[in-house]
Each structure stands twice: as C-alpha cells, then as structure tokens.
Design a protein around this ligand. Structure first.
Ligand code: GLC
Length: 640
C-alpha cells in the first residue's frame, strides 16, 4: 500500500438543496474538515479510480444520515465537538455485560441503571445484541442481521429508548461492530450461496485448496480446538470460504468497496439509534495478504480512517474502539501512527496491562511487568486506553520473548507457568481457571475464569486465604482503575462472582469454556453488596472506593502518559504520571507479604508530603524512615 501523496481533489457536492442553511452549513464545514481523511484512506486501499465513486456514495449516505439524525443527537454531536477529550475524563468508568445475563432484556437493563450509577458507570458496553444466527453464534459475534435486535432482548425501539435513558443519566452506549465476518445465515452469505455474483464477491471464496494452503502456511489458528484451520468448504458455495473464527463466521472481503459502503451504512444507522462507541471487533483480521499472518495490515488502518471520517461528518458524537488483541509493539497502530495519527480509533484495549497484572500476581514479582510496560512507546495524546482486568474472552498469555529474556526468564517458560498457575495446576496456586484452546503444535494454552476465581476467592480454604484473595482483587482493580484510560468492569467481577459451574449445560456452549466466566448476575450477591461481612460486599465496596477516588483525581486524565517508576523491591510496582497539577504515583504491593518502599526513594520522587487519594490521609511513614506496605497494599499518591 503506497502512501498517498497526490493532491486531494475537492469534495463532492452535498445533496443539501432546500435544507435549512444553518444545518447545511454545518454539514459542509464538517465535510471540508474530514474529506481529506476520507479521500486519502480510500485512495490508499482502492486507488484513485475506484475511490472517486465510493467517496461520493459514502458522502451521500453520510448526508442522508445527518438529515435523519434526531435533534437530541445533533446536540450530543455539538457537545462532544466542544469536549473532544470526553473519553479521557477520570470520571469515565465502563461496565461490560451480556444483556440477558445482566438484566434479562433491554428493558431490564433500563431498570438496572441505578445499580450502574452506584458503581459510577458512565460507559455501558452491551455485548453483541444484533440478531445472530440461530444455535451456536459465538456469544452473538456471528451476526445474521445488523438491522434487528435479537428478538428475546427487545427491538430497535427498545435499543433507542435505552440509549436515551443512558444519555439522560450521563452514560454512553457501546455496541460491537462485528466487521470481520458475518454469520453464514446473513443475507449477503445466503445470496452468495444462491450464486449471486455480487454477493459472492463480498467474501473470500476459493475454488480449490491452492490459495488456502498458501495462506495457511503463515496463518495462526484462533480456535484450534473447535475450529481448526482458516477455511471452510461450503457445498452450496462450491468453494472454500475464509473463516478465521468458526466455520459459520464468514470473513468479508474488504477489498470490495461495496462491503465498505455496506458497513458505513450499518455504522450510520447505529449512530442514529444513539450508540456512542462502536467496538470494532477483531479489527486486526480485516485485511488479508499472502505470506503474512493477515493481521494489522496497513489497509486496516486506512479503512478505519475512512469509516471514522464518515462518522465525523455525519455523527461526530460517535467514537471507535479497536479490539486488537495483538503484540504490544503492534497495538499503537490502531490508535494511529504516522499518517493515521489521530485519525483511526479513539480507544484500544490495553491487553498487555491486563496480562501483566495477572503475571505480577502469580509471580509476586513486578520486574517483567515493569520492563514490558515501561518499554511501550507512548500513545497519541488524543487516544485513550481501555484498561481491564477481565472481559468476556479468555486470557492469552501474551508475554513477549524479548521482554522475558530482558529480566532473565524465558517467554515459553513464563507463559507455561502462567497457564499452570491460573488453571490451579501449579503447586500452591489458589486459582481455579480453566484451560482454553490447548494447541499441541505450539504448546499454547489460554485461560478462562472470572477475576474472583483466578485470584483465589473460589479456591480459598481458610478465612486468611480469603482475606488475601479479596485484597489481591482490590489491588488488581487498583492498578487497572488507576492506570489512566477508561477502566471497564466485566459484569459479575464487581461482586466477586466465581466461575459458573453450569457453564456447559446450555446448548451450544459445551465446547467453549469462556462461558464459565460469563455468569448471570448473582442477585443474591447484589442484594448483599453493602454488607462488608460478605465477599460481594467487600469486593463491591472496594471497587466503588477506587472509582470514586479516581473520579476526583484530574491526574488520571487519559491524555497523561503513565510511566513506570524505579523498581526497588521486586514485589512493588510504582507508576508515575506527571500532570500539570502535580505528580501522581501509584504504589502497588503485588505480594501477600509486607514490603518496604525505601524512604530515600520517596524523597527522591518528591513525595514526602504526599496524600493517598484512596484514604485521604498523608503518606504513613514507619519509624524506621521507610514506607511499609501491607500485603497487597495500593496507594494513589498525589503531591499537594
Ligand atoms: C473478538 C471477540 C471474541 C470473538 C471474536 C470473533 O475477539 O472478543 O469473543 O470470538 O472476536 O468475533
């Protein structure tokens, strides 16, 4: 893909004759502002000739969507243009849940907003809820129709009503945009199977194994257990179709500009329903190139830039979140590098932080995390991390060999240790995770399990062990909530829910143990959330404490970079953030023993008179002149 250097032609004329001049003027101004991004992204992928026609189609659709956009959403567009850092504010806190598991259906979610408010939630990610295929559908990630809501959850009207209620309470609605694949039952795939050429070209179809075999040489397998290989023979199609995930999830062909136009329309329609953030699911896989792992190809970023320009023109209140679970060095491209800086996704999952938190807790040692997180290049200041401890997916032990080697361990050895530790196979481990997708060829094992089960709440044999596990969970949440960026709580973790023992009993779930950590919200635990004599009460209270403290700390604004402080004790992680208001230091003892933070270091960092935002108290000095950190202690220090 060659960089685009040719001059940008003027934008196509807008179909605004007869419009209110003020409305038309606003759209024209946005078009002029975002047109160069739209154009250059298109040219990079499709070349000038094909770009022109696609550009005018996209602009027409954007204008139509703008004209249909309800006034209250136009107002939201304006507010967000005035506050472009809305995602970076320390008051942003996310919650992610399956609608039915959290509250039955969309109306049920509307009735549970008080609960989310209590947790301080401002960003609600409802897992895929557009109509999926019947039967197994990968938790909704096999969409059969982007224009309908899953019938048992409600209707599009219910979705719009929920978006309104969320907005009234200062919350944003986040939905998935599954853009790498559709269900085999989607209309496009159905028409392709019926032999309609236009739709056959929406997919990657091969008459024989020649190209699939050539691609397979460099392709990894996402689900080696239940969906080995990346291609599926389809009788009706009379060909091999690209299926990165399950055989009923057909990868779409973004090399076809008609596919881009289709998805742009999906985005515009969801935006007009009131969706605020679109999670670009499996975005890394969108573009295929022979001889590569077909992840994160440059075209992915050019296409994201085009989609984003379309939303900036029609509905700038909408932001994009990249779901790219890739090596840390490859992640920044999704937040914008070089010509795409500030032009692609606004948010990205900090997968590396998540993995390193679990690694620190298992190893009781922060050195690997300090090295790995400390060597990440800074993200663009306008972009925001999404930090998390758990989500609906398994944990892949993404420890880079080079990082491991730098601290004297080996990548394979440490990954092996983490997989053993979290499945409870390592001697002394209290974790109760499950092994997900063991790949005998690579030796790779991933892990399923809720935060509480992984941290040892489920496996605690004594009250002391339980206390330690609850403290470890608070510590882990403190790192995630105090990092900077939007912390997203995975439903059930706020109550310390353990793995669902009956996960396999639902039809279609039996082979996929990720369902173990997707429990239904435990209403009993919810009822005791204010009672600190219960586990749910302690976990909930701890989390609310962290969230409240965060909201009051301007130092945690997402634009500020997090640096790793010096490691004096291998059990203590120090993070530093330099905000115009002063320094912030997160101090975390990741071990079940008391640890010492040397007094001279505290002086050197200028934190002698610091206050701990988690307690409101000045830093407590030990008579020996050092700071003693109890097991799993977390401090959020700011200088007055
Ligand atoms: C993403 C989702 C995962 C799903 C996959 C395919 O990685 O998080 O749950 O299986 O995409 O859509």
């Amino acid at each position: 893909m060659a960089p685009v250097t040719a001059p940008v032609p003027p934008p196509p004329a807008l179909p605004t004759s007869g419009w209110d001049p003020e409305r038309a003027g606003m759209l024209q101004a946005r078009l002029e502002r975002w047109w160069p991004d739209l154009w250059s992204g298109l040219v990079a992928v499709y070349g000038e000739d094909r770009a022109a026609q696609t550009a005018s189609e996209l602009v027409t659709r954007a204008a139509r969507a703008y004209a249909r956009r309800p006034d209250r959403l136009h107002r939201r567009d304006l507010e967000r243009m005035l506050r472009p850092d809305w995602l970076q504010e320390p008051s942003m806190v996310g919650y992610a849940a399956y609608t039915e598991r959290f509250a039955g259906d969309l109306r049920g979610v509307g009735e549970r907003l008080g609960y989310l408010e209590e947790l301080g939630v401002t960003y609600l990610h409802l897992m895929p809820l557009l109509r999926p295929r019947d039967g197994d559908n990968d938790g909704g990630y096999a969409v059969a129709d982007y224009r309908e809501v899953r019938a048992d959850l409600g209707t599009m009207q219910d979705l719009t009503a929920l978006a309104d209620s969320l907005h009234e309470r200062g919350m944003s609605l986040v939905l998935d945009l599954v853009l790498n694949h559709v269900a085999r039952e989607h209309e496009w795939a159905r028409k392709a199977r019926e032999g309609v050429l236009r739709y056959r070209s929406y997919f990657h179809v091969f008459p024989d194994r020649r190209l699939p075999d050539a691609y397979e040489r460099t392709l990894p397998e996402v689900f080696p257990d239940f969906a080995p290989g990346n291609f599926t023979w389809d009788e009706e199609l009379d060909g091999w179709v690209w299926t990165t995930f399950n055989e009923w999830q057909w990868d779409v062909n973004w090399g076809n500009p008609d596919v881009l136009v289709e998805y742009a329309q999906v985005v515009l329609d969801l935006a007009n329903r009131g969706v605020d953030v679109l999670r670009l699911d499996a975005i890394a896989f969108m573009w295929k190139r022979l001889g590569t792992d077909c992840q994160g190809q440059p075209e992915v970023h050019a296409l994201t830039q085009v989609l984003r320009a379309v939303t900036r023109i029609a509905c700038p209140a909408v932001a994009f979140k990249a779901e790219a679970i890739v090596a840390p060095t490859k992640l920044l491209a999704y937040l914008g590098e070089r010509e795409h800086t500030g032009k692609v996704s606004d948010l990205a999952y900090h997968n590396s932080l998540m993995v390193q938190v679990w690694s620190m807790l298992a190893a009781r040692d922060v050195r690997l995390a300090a090295h790995a997180l400390g060597s990440l290049p800074p993200k663009p200041a306008s972009a925001t991390w999404l930090t998390y401890l758990r989500c609906h997916d398994d944990i892949g032990w993404a420890i880079m060999d080079e990082d491991a080697a730098a601290v004297g361990v080996t990548g394979p050895g440490h990954r092996h240790f983490l997989a053993d530790w979290y499945s409870g196979d390592f001697w002394g481990s209290p974790a109760r995770g499950l092994v997900f997708q063991f790949n005998p060829e690579t030796g790779d094992r991933r892990t399923s399990g809720t935060a509480a089960s992984l941290v040892g709440i489920e496996g605690a044999g004594t009250p002391e062990q339980l206390d330690l596990a609850v403290a470890a969970l608070r510590l882990a949440h403190a790192v995630v909530v105090g990092w900077g960026g939007i912390p997203v709580i995975w439903s059930g973790d706020e109550l310390g829910q353990v793995n669902d023992p009956d996960w396999a009993s639902e039809p279609g779930h039996e082979d996929d143990n990720r369902w173990a950590h997707r429990p239904r919200l435990d209403l009993g635990a919810m009822a005791t959330r204010h009672d600190r004599s219960t586990v749910s009460g302690r976990v909930f209270g701890d989390l609310v404490g962290l969230v409240r403290a965060r909201a009051a700390l301007p130092h945690l604004h997402g634009s500020v970079e997090t640096r790793i402080g010096p490691v004096d004790d291998p059990g203590v992680l120090v993070t530093l953030r330099e905000h115009p208001l002063g320094r912030f230091a997160g101090v975390y003892n990741v071990t079940p023993q008391e640890r010492v933070w040397p007094g001279w270091r505290v002086h050197e960092l200028g934190l002698d008179a610091a206050v701990d935002a988690l307690t409101g108290q000045p830093l407590a000095w030990h008579p020996d002149g050092d700071v003693h950190l109890p097991p799993y202690a977390a401090l959020w220090l700011t200088t007055p």
